[in-house]
Write a protein that binds this ligand. Sequence first.
Ligand SMILES: NC(=O)c1ccc[n+]([C@@H]2O[C@H](COP(=O)([O-])OP(=O)(O)OC[C@H]3O[C@@H](n4cnc5c(N)ncnc54)[C@H](OP(=O)(O)O)[C@@H]3O)[C@@H](O)[C@H]2O)c1
Length: 262
Amino acid sequence: MKVQDKHIWLTGASMGIGEALARALDAQGARLILSARSADKLAVLRASLKHPQRHKIVPLDLSRAETLPDVVAQADLSDGLDMLINNGGISQRGPAAQTPLSVQRQVMEVNYFGTISLTQALLPALRQNQGMLVNIASVAGKVGGQGMSGYAASKHALIGYMDCLRAEETHHGVKVLNVCPGFVQTNISVNALTESGQPYGEVAKSIAEGISAADCAQQIILAIHKDKFEVVIGKGLSALAPYIKRWFPNFFFRLSARKNIR
Ligand SMILES: NC(=O)c1ccc[n+]([C@@H]2O[C@H](COP(=O)([O-])OP(=O)(O)OC[C@H]3O[C@@H](n4cnc5c(N)ncnc54)[C@H](OP(=O)(O)O)[C@@H]3O)[C@@H](O)[C@H]2O)c1
């Protein structure tokens, strides 16, 4: 699907991959609804785009899934909606044995329940325009590794849900693309929840050595143009991991027990 003049709702637009997507989509002539919790950051972002007047801001909190149908009901969708990009999310870092249920639930609320709640509320609009649903999952939605049980579980759940939704919605004309990035240079590890419930607070080495958010955004838009169902984006082991697990599962399981790649 081409993005020019398309109406696109983008979550997690206030920083990182979402901000890079907003800049790239704006440059290609899309009309955006920018969402995240930080309304102030969204306002600064919109003002810095090439065509600020084309874009709207709708603040929302994905951790409050039950509020999202109302957010959608109050949004101005009079011009229709062609695409929802589910990008907003948080990560988690810490051993499964020490991570309390409260932290596991928090990650699940944002990455899974908030995301599917917003998706469900926007499906009628997407059906109307034979639109596209783009989900920024993760390589961690395809493979597991050390210190990311909550994050990997939430992204596996998201991919599972969206694969089912694709099977159901194809005959309504709605396309579903799952994007699985490896390491991307953003604040994802800084904001990741640790077992104490506090943010990790640091840029992890793996993230610092990842691809840039701008590069990731360009590859996501390429996958959108090509109407892909699923795409893995990244470099090094993080991008190869899904294929290694698929073709050499025993080797992959031994490797992930030996080596902490985060
Ligand atoms: N960076 C990577 O290596 C990587 C790899 C694979 C997948 N991903 C995925 O890419 C997506 C974007 O992450 P990023 O790397 O750009 O991280 P980031 O820099 O931390 O950005 C996360 C975005 O999500 C929003 N967000 C977080 N909690 C939210 C909530 N409760 N409600 C609404 N919005 C919320 C944040 O905005 P506010 O704080 O303003 O709400 C922010 O805009 C995530 O889904 C992440 O899992 C990232």
